[in-house]
Design a protein around this ligand. Sequence first.
Ligand SMILES: [Zn+2]
Ligand SMILES: [Zn+2]
Length: 731
Amino acid sequence: MQRLLCPNPLPGSMELMPFLCFLVIISGCKCLASLPYQGKIGKARRLFDEIPDRDSVAWTTMIVGYNQMGLFESAIKMFVEMVKDKVTPTQFTITNVLSSCAATGALGIGKKVHSFIVKLGLNGYIPVGNSLLNMYAKAGDLVMAQIIFDRMRLRSISSWNIMICLYMRSGNVALALAQFKQMSERDIVSWNSMIAGYNQHGLDMEALELFYSLLRDSSLKPDRFTLASILSACANVENLNLGKQIHSYIIRIQFDLSGVVQNALVSMYAKSGGLEIAQRVVEHSGISDLDVIAFTALLDGYVKLGDIAPARQIFDSLRDRDVIAWTAMIVGYLQNGLNDDAMELFRKMANEGPQPNSFTLAAILSVISNVASLNHGKQIHASAIRSGEHLSVSVGNALITMYAKAGSINGARKVFNLICWNKDTVSWTSMIIALAQHGLGEEAIKLFEKMLALNIEPDHITYVGVLSACTHVGLVEQGRSYFNLMVSVHKIEPTLSHYACMIDMLGRAGLLQEAFNFIEEMPVEPDVIAWGSLLSSCKVYKNIDLAKVAAERLLLIQPDNGGAYSALANVYSACGKWEDAAKIRKLMKDRGVKKEQGFSWVQIQNKVHVFGAEDGRHPQKDEIYKMMDKIWKDIKKMGFVPDTESVLHDLEEEVKDKLLRYHSEKLAIAFGLISTPENTTLRIMKNLRVCNDCHTAIKFVSKLVGREIIVRDVTRFHHFKDGFCSCRDYW
Ligand SMILES: [Zn+2]
Ligand SMILES: [Zn+2]
């Protein structure tokens, strides 16, 4: 068809030009517009420039061509030249230049075109009126659009549709509906504008009702946009049955299941709990056309199931894997605790994927925080600086948490001070929590006071940080007053985390009865953490009566909580009630309850080495145990006495001594000592609380070897140096 209308090669004779222009306009084949596809736009322009007397048809042809090819700026420039050349625009010129103005948001030029229209008396033409309306509508100028619409003597369905879209976009759903109802005749675009508008404003039931009325009351057929919107509405109401009905309707009308409809269908099933069907749709229609929205919906579904491998398969087959898809996949791994896979994918992205953005970096920094790998964190920090993303506040905040969790409070401080220009509540909160975890309670509180002085609103997480700062340094009075400030001034309703901080704070300070009363008076149901924290305080202060109550209540909530059994047994042991302790241990055994296994890990040159208690799996086992035996002997000479009291009573002293000697954190330290040069700081992580004996032993070790040893346990950091710990033995 095009070949017939546009002879190839393009005629060199200028006389043919008006003929060609004529063809373009009347045939609508966009003959000139098709030139750029052949790389010939320059040629068209050269031909145009050679025309001695360029009439409005020639000018218009070029403007139409530019506009339809999406070269809007060129179309507008051409129009300005045309006016300078004193050539009168036609209604085709006007509609095309207005559409270029609408696309680029060039409202200034658009208004000048508007005055031309008035001057030329073209405002009676429906296409011109609609173009003008569209231009003001796209620019969001509701007032002007309304004026134009009201003054239009003749309107088409498009005029009404443009107004519906504009009302919807500006949030005037009621006005849009009124407009829709007034229409004597509607096309499918009218219905789509209403349905999509409802869907975008979360009025999904209204969207569904309107869709049914389209099927019932009109002879119009839904198109792919109608179906995509209605499936999105189904996804939002998470009604699988409704979704299935729409799906079978689509099959019944034999609608092509590809592109936007396929994507919307996959999203709908994934979001409304029909993950398997979503998977089948993908298999049936092909993965390569899946868009990022459908992919992330699928990914979310798999993340919730805790089985993310199928999502990775889909990810690997996607045709357009943009930065959002990569980031979503990394976040998926993060949410399922698959830190290694997230790291592996991030490395792959660095090699072959798009440039990571601030969301990717924040996600990978969270992964690194979880594994507390300072080296990796520093690498990401360096690459964020290279790409300039370190200036983004979300990356800055993630860096603070990463440095703090990897044990480098100085690194966290440096980042915090660097993002001075745009710190938000999250930045302050991250830093306060970092300081609290490192036992720097006073500094955390100072920072919180500064935050308040600068009128930065704290949120409920900030208060978790502040209260735990008070807990770690034993500032009970201050903790109480901050709790009150949170409720009365900042109107934050306390959550279980805040209550847990208070119980911990009171319990650690030995105010056991008050802690118990506090739990009893809590307006929310106390959880395992609340009772567990009271229980461990009871252990420290050897209060059997309250320990029994706390353990009983805890076991009511979680009958297989091994920690509760052993904590209670430990309270009995600590008070010399060996028989009671043995009874509890037997009960635990009879009921098949297992104590949570303790693990410690240390990273040496990008490799993480994990140790359990008395672990013999490490290839350097012999060296490690030899080192530990030597340390044990040396610190005993310095005055260290093993805490054999805390071990099962019915064992020989020597066996107890050995059990303590090979606790996981001690093995990790021994390995760290033989694997790193002198003076290197050792960073050890532990999944449980560090025990009494290890805490004392590590103090001695830090003095013996003259090194700083940083231990991150499940609640906080301990910085051991010269025989002392930063927690001042209060943990
Ligand atoms: Zn220990
Ligand atoms: Zn400590």
